[in-house]
Design a protein around this ligand. Structure first.
Ligand code: AMP
Length: 237
């Protein structure tokens, strides 16, 4: 089987993949690698919201103040946005949710949505939930050091994974940017929101028997290898 066929064969059975972890745990980086390997889209609610803010849409205008303060955007706004995205045809064989759900209410809503006949007909595999566990100090360094390419989305870290030329994307030469909410004050708020609102999801998915835990403090290639193993666990692939 050639690489293309193998990806297509896997894509037929991947189903929903949910990535959990604090801000800075590496969800975005790992989501991109999983997306490439299994041929399914990465759906980052943070990216979609930032895009809406940049384009000045109604949703972007409503979400901006919450995001600037490091707070979660209200469930209803985010759930409607996710429902629209998941109905697109590229999600037929599976998708990676990166940054969603973030509250128990969002997780309950997602369970209902996936139980809907529309999704049952398209994506019959139950979700796999991967949690990246990363220590607090490591998270802080990852968030304060994070830089990204506005053109291709590649993520760097000035401490651990610097670009070859400072502030410049290795792939396309664009000037790297720091996310507006990666400042110390907003980071502290985002981590508080994570502890209060998102951490309870670990229990929620553990009770459903879906949770796979990964030590996200390891070097990125080891984390990736564990994430792929978690994806291929049991009868999923
Ligand atoms: P992220 O890029 O995932 O760190 O998200 C950036 C910001 O977008 C968060 O701090 C929230 O304000 C907002 N956001 C992203 N995903 C969600 C979500 N599932 N629920 C509520 N707010 C979200």
């Amino acid at each position: 089987m050639d690489g293309q066929q193998s990806t297509a064969a896997k894509a037929a059975t991947v189903g929903p993949v949910i990535l959990l972890g604090a801000p800075g745990a590496g969800k975005g980086t790992q989501a991109k690698l999983i997306a490439q390997r299994y041929g399914i889209p990465q759906i980052s609610t943070g990216d979609i919201l930032r895009d809406n803010v940049a384009r000045g849409t109604e949703l972007g205008k409503k979400a901006k103040a919450f995001m600037d303060r490091g707070e979660l955007v209200p469930d209803q706004l985010v759930c409607d946005m996710v429902a629209d995205r998941l109905r697109q045809a590229d999600c037929n064989h599976g998708f990676i949710l990166d940054g969603f759900p973030r509250t128990v209410a969002q997780a309950e809503w997602l369970d209902q949505l996936l139980a809907d006949q529309f999704f049952k007909n398209r994506c019959q595999v139950p979700p796999v939930v991967v949690n990246f566990r990363v220590g607090y100090n490591q998270l802080l360094q990852r968030l304060t050091g994070r830089r990204s390419c506005p053109a291709c989305g590649r993520i760097y870290n000035i401490y651990f994974q610097p670009p070859r030329v400072p502030d410049t994307c290795d792939a396309d030469g664009s000037k790297l940017v720091t996310r507006k909410d990666d400042t110390e004050e907003v980071i502290a708020e985002r981590l508080k929101a994570y502890e209060r609102q998102t951490l309870p999801l670990i229990d929620y998915y553990q009770r459903q028997g879906r949770l796979r835990e990964i030590n996200g403090d390891q070097p990125p290639d080891k984390v990736t290898a564990e994430a792929f193993r978690a994806m291929e666990h049991g009868d999923r692939l």
